[in-house]
Ligand binder design. Structure first.
Ligand code: DC
Length: 475
C-alpha cells in the first residue's frame, strides 16, 4: 500500500497540498483533522464537557465516521449525516483541539486511521501521522510556515468568505493552537527525524506539490536499489477449540469471579475497550489477574501467567479457555511471544505484570525492577499501555481498590529497533507507574477515596499550571 504521511501545524496548507497529491497520484485523501472535528461536533451536540474524558469517552461507542463520495469529492459523514460544513465552523477548531487531548479519542481515531491506511493507498495529513499513526510509512513530510504567514493566509481565506477578521486575533488563535498541539501529553505534534521538512512561507502551493512528488520519486529510486528481504510471518499455532465441558467450566469460573470480588474500580473510562492494549499492573496477590480478567478485560482479553499454574492438564485447559497465556520463566518462550503478539494484532488486550512475579514485600509504595517484556510487546505491536494499580493487597471478602490510569504510547521510541530501546522504554514505563502511584496516594490518602474531591483538586491544579504557562510565554 502507498501511505504518504504529512504533518504540520494548523494553517500550513497541509489539507490543500495533501488533496492535490492524492489527485495527482489517483489515491485516497484522508483528512484526519476532520475526524477529530466530527467527534467534537458529536460531543458538543450531546452536551458533553470536552475536557472530561468520563463524559466524552462513553460517546465513542455511538459514533460512526465514514467518508462518502459525492461525485466531485469525499464528504465526511457522522452516523450517516453529512457534517462537512458544520465541522468547519470557527468554534469547532478549538473543540477539536480539546477532544484531541483525550487518549480515548485518540486511540479510537488512530485505530480507524491505521485500518484505512492498511487497506488503501492513501495520503493522510494531521499532527501525529508521521510520529504515531504510521511511524513506518515510507513517505513522511513535515509542512510548515511562520505563524505570521499562516495568520495572513487564514485572514485572506476568511475575507474571501465575506467574514470580518482581525489579524492579531487570528495570529493569537494560531499561536494558542500551536501551543496546544505541541504540548499535549499524547502524541503531540513533532517533526520526526525521518520526515522531509518543507517550509512554505515563501513558496507557492504548486511548488510544494512538486517538491513532495520529486521526494517520493527519490525515495522510490533509492529503495529500488536495496534488495527487499523476504519477511517470514510469525505463525502462532492455531488454538484448538476446547471440549464443551472445559468451555462450560471456564464460563462458570468467569461468572463466579465476577460476583465474588467486590472491587471499586476508579476511572474505568480510561480503560481502552475494543482495541489492542498492553495492560500492566502492580502484583501482590494471586487474586490480581482474576479480578482484572473478570472485571476489566474484554471477552477476548489475555493474561500472561507463569506456566507453573498450568501443570495439571485440566487446569491448563480451563485457564487457556479463560485467556491465560502460560510463559516459561527464565527462558525465551517463543511460543508465548507469538501468542502475545498475535493477540495484540487481533486487537485484544493483554495483561502483563511488568515485575514478572509477585511482590512479596509488604511495601506498597515501591515496585520490583521491571522486566523488558512490556516495552518489547508494546513497541512491536505499536500498542498503547494501560496502567492499573491496586491500592493495597487484594483480598477475599474485602473491598479492593483498583485504579485505572490514562493510557500512554511509547511513540517517542517508534522508528527505532525495539531491541535497542527496550531498556529506556522500560524506564519510561516504570516512571509512568510511579506517577500513577502518586495519584493513588493522593486519591486514597489525601481525599479518602472521594473521586469528586480528587477531581476538583486536579482541575484547580491544571488551571493553575495553564495560567503559569501562559504567564511565562508572555514574559
Ligand atoms: O487540521 P485541523 O485544524 O482540521 O485539526 C483539528 C484539530 O484536530 C487540531 O487542533 C488538532 C487535532 N488533530 C490531531 O490532534 N491529530 C490529527 N492527526 C489531526 C488533527
Amino acid at each position: 500500500m502507498i501511505n504518504i504521511a504529512i504533518d504540520g501545524p494548523s494553517g500550513a496548507g497541509k489539507s490543500t497540498i495533501a488533496r492535490k497529491i492524492a489527485q495527482k497520484l489517483n489515491i485516497t485523501y484522508l483528512d484526519t483533522g476532520a475526524m477529530y472535528r466530527a467527534v467534537a461536533l458529536y460531543a458538543v451536540e450531546k452536551g458533553a464537557d470536552l475536557a472530561k474524558s468520563e463524559e466524552v469517552a462513553p460517546l465513542l461507542d455511538e459514533i460512526k465516521i465514514t467518508f462518502v463520495d459525492n461525485g466531485s469529492d469525499k464528504v465526511i459523514c457522522l452516523n450517516g449525516r453529512d457534517v462537512s460544513k458544520e465541522i468547519r465552523r470557527h468554534e469547532m477548531s478549538k473543540c477539536a483541539s480539546d477532544v484531541s487531548k483525550l487518549p480515548q479519542v485518540r486511540n479510537f481515531l488512530v485505530e480507524m486511521q491505521r485500518k484505512i491506511a492498511s487497506e488503501n493507498d492513501v495520503v493522510l495529513d494531521g499532527r501525529d501521522i508521521t510520529s504515531h499513526v504510521l511511524p513506518d510509512a515510507k513517505y513522511k513530510f513535515y509542512l510548515t510556515a511562520t505563524p505570521e504567514e499562516r495568520a495572513r493566509r487564514r485572514c485572506a481565506e476568511l475575507k474571501e468568505k465575506g467574514q470580518d477578521v482581525d489579524y492579531d486575533k487570528v495570529l493569537k488563535d494560531i499561536n494558542d493552537r500551536d501551543y496546544n498541539d505541541t504540548h499535549r501529553e499524547f502524541a503531540p505534534l513533532v517533526k520526526t527525524s525521518d520526515s522531509y521538512e518543507i517550509d512554505s512561507t515563501s513558496i507557492g502551493e504548486e511548488e510544494v506539490v512538486e517538491l513532495i512528488l520529486s521526494r517520493i520519486k527519490e525515495i522510490d529510486a533509492k529503495s529500488a536499489e536495496i534488495p527487499v528481504k523476504k519477511v517470514e510471518k510469525a505463525n502462532a499455532p492455531a488454538p484448538k477449540k476446547k471440549s464443551w465441558f472445559i468451555r462450560f467450566i471456564a464460563k462458570l469460573v468467569k461468572r463466579a469471579m465476577r460476583v465474588i470480588w467486590i472491587t471499586k474500580i476508579y476511572f474505568k473510562d480510561n480503560f481502552i475497550k475494543n482495541s489492542k492494549a498492553v495492560v500492566i499492573c502492580n502484583h501482590y496477590s494471586g487474586l490480581d489477574p482474576c479480578i482484572i480478567m473478570s472485571k476489566l478485560l474484554g471477552k477476548n482479553g489475555k493474561v500472561v501467567m507463569k506456566d507453573e499454574i498450568a501443570q495439571n492438564k485440566f487446569v491448563a485447559n480451563v485457564s487457556e479457555e479463560l485467556g491465560c497465556i502460560p510463559v516459561k520463566r527464565g527462558e525465551a518462550d517463543i511460543n508465548a511471544v507469538k501468542k502475545i503478539l498475535l493477540a495484540l494484532n487481533k486487537n485484544q488486550q493483554v495483561l502483563i505484570f511488568p515485575e514478572g512475579t509477585r511482590n512479596r514485600t509488604q511495601d506498597f509504595k515501591t515496585m520490583l525492577t521491571f522486566k523488558n517484556g512490556v516495552a518489547t510487546f508494546a513497541l512491536k505491536a505499536k500498542a498503547p499501555i494501560v496502567p492499573l494499580m491496586y491500592y493495597k493487597k487484594t483480598k477475599f471478602y474485602s473491598r479492593n481498590r483498583l485504579i485505572v490510569g490514562e493510557p500512554f504510547w511509547l511513540d517517542q521510541f517508534y522508528g527505532q529497533r525495539p531491541g535497542d530501546v527496550k531498556e529506556e522504554a522500560t524506564d519510561f514505563i516504570y516512571s509512568k507507574m510511579m506517577d500513577l502511584r502518586r495519584e493513588v496516594d493522593l486519591l486514597v490518602e489525601k481525599f479518602k477515596g472521594s473521586k469528586k474531591r480528587y477531581l476538583k483538586y486536579k482541575r484547580l491544579q491544571s488551571k493553575e499550571l495553564h495560567e503559569n504557562a501562559n504567564h511565562r510565554s508572555k514574559e
